[in-house]
Ligand binder design. Structure first.
Ligand code: ADP
Length: 446
């Protein structure tokens, strides 16, 4: 087992990882930018190292500085959290070359799944159903037009290096394909420095359902059920729940089995998420994330399993703690992403939190990195915390969530809490009847 873990992240996820380390008796090292000296993750860590100025490119993404921090502190492993360097294969490789363990899968698996064209090909080879679409990258505009015609409109042009919903454009007819290709290409180049594109059938009203997996890197793998992340704005999740209100036990077992077989075939190590669109009873693979997800707590609440603890054990060479038959799903869990944003325009709202009172009680978990008096810096993601609620049934969970949202006070800045108060009272949400389009429609008409 590791003796000291450096956490190459900030905010709520850095705290989340520290908690798992502490429970395992492992010392923790925080890194931070000059803008984050007063951040909670720095206060809670056993040691901390400043790695650079506010801009993430010069601090949280600064590989030489992070490596130096490992050396200075004697950390024997790095947990990357999500975002930042979590899906950077080169980072994983460099750490290994310096004798520091990367808590995540192999560099090879990160890079295969990081290229969405390669990921789709790999998924198909491993027996996972994929969204119908181009066989590899689009060569040029002519090729793009031909592929779109063959797939049949509407189609979605996507960036091979895509992430966070960027570099994605819909073409509803042949009139729109040239624009979609040009815009997606420009966006992909600007955001990822890679303009490779592919094309998929654009599904109308699917749900986003993702399967959580754990692999031991030696051909052993299990799944921990699914999360439904259909409530999205601009392809970004804001509300996630487990289990999905749309699946029954047979459907869950069927997709879980497909994913587990694929991960066994791959020899996958660590935690991963295989993402699907689900429409008319069929699953279609869209991508795999080779890291811990923001929404992992809903899975923890229904399984009782600490995913970060498992990640750390697997990276240190331990076998999986659980067999598939040990995994049981209890009740229902819902997560709301609390962002420092205007709840209607979604404009970021950084600044000082003048008063802070999180909810509590049975079945309530708040993963957050903020405190009263904390000043949210303007440089990073606007996620300031997550409210996760667990109940014996979905009805009980919704009642509890409503109560928690009433209790939750964050003064001095704007947050997305008022939006969740509306959602928890909505009949479609209460019925679990929503697709990936629902929230955008709701926001357009509300
Ligand atoms: P990213 O890596 O940018 O998050 P994904 O491929 O995971 O991109 O897709 C993000 C979201 O975009 C999905 O959850 C879904 O809402 C939408 N999406 C992706 N592919 C399709 C598709 N073929 N048809 C309809 N919607 C899609």
């Amino acid at each position: 087992m590791f003796s000291k873990i450096l956490i190459a992240n900030r905010g709520e996820i850095a705290l989340r990882i520290m908690r798992a380390c502490k429970e395992l008796g492992i010392s923790t090292v925080a890194i931070h930018s000059t803008a984050d000296s007063d951040a909670m993750h720095v206060k809670l860590a056993d040691e901390s190292v400043c790695v650079g100025p506010p801009a993430a490119a010069e601090s949280y993404l600064n590989i030489p500085q992070i490596l130096a921090a490992c050396e200075i502190t004697g950390a024997d492993a790095v947990h990357p959290g999500y975002g930042f360097l979590s899906e950077n294969a080169r980072f994983a490789e460099i750490l290994q070359a310096h004798g520091v363990a990367f808590i995540g899968p192999t560099a090879e698996h990160i890079s295969v799944m990081g290229d969405k064209i390669e990921a789709k090909k790999t998924a198909e080879r491993l027996g996972i159903p994929v969204v119908p679409g181009s066989d590899g990258a689009v060569l040029n505009d002519n090729d793009g037009r031909r592929i779109a015609r063959e797939i049949g409109y509407p189609v979605l042009v996507k960036a091979a290096a895509g992430g966070g919903g960027r570099g994605m454009k819909v073409a509803r007819s042949a009139d729109e394909i040239d624009d979609a290709l040009a815009t997606a290409r420009a966006e992909a180049l600007a955001a990822f420095g890679n303009d490779a594109l592919y094309i998929e059938k654009y599904l109308g009203e699917p749900r986003h359902i993702e399967v959580q997996v754990l692999g031991d890197g030696k051909g052993g793998a299990i799944h921990l059920g699914e999360r439904d992340c259909s409530l999205q704005r601009r392809h970004q999740k804001i509300w996630e729940e487990a289990p999905s209100p749309a699946l029954n036990a047979q459907q869950r077992a069927r997709i879980g089995d497909v994913v587990v077989k694929a991960m066994q075939g791959l020899g996958y190590a660590g935690a991963g998420t295989v993402e699907f669109l689900y429409e008319n009873g069929e699953f279609y693979f869209i991508e795999m994330n080779t890291r811990l997800q923001v929404e992992h707590p809903v899975t923890e609440m229904v399984t009782g399993i600490d995913l970060v603890n498992e990640q750390i054990r697997i990276a240190s060479g331990s076998p999986l703690t659980f067999a598939q038959e040990d995994i049981t799903l209890e009740g229902c869990a819902i997560e709301c992403r609390i962002n420092a944003e205007n709840p209607r325009t979604f404009m970021p709202s950084p600044g000082k939190i003048s008063y802070y009172h999180p909810p509590g009680g049975l079945g309530v978990r708040v993963d957050s990195g903020v405190y009263q008096g904390y000043v949210i810096p303007p440089y990073y993601d606007s996620l300031i915390g997550k409210l996760i609620v667990h109940g014996r049934s979905r009805v009980e969970t919704m009642m509890r969530l409503r109560r928690c949202l009433d209790e939750f006070v964050v003064d001095g800045i704007q947050t997305t809490i008022p939006l969740f108060r509306e959602l928890v009272d909505n009949q479609d949400i209460a019925n679990g009847m929503y697709s990936i389009r629902w929230l955008e429609d709701f926001l357009a008409t509300a």
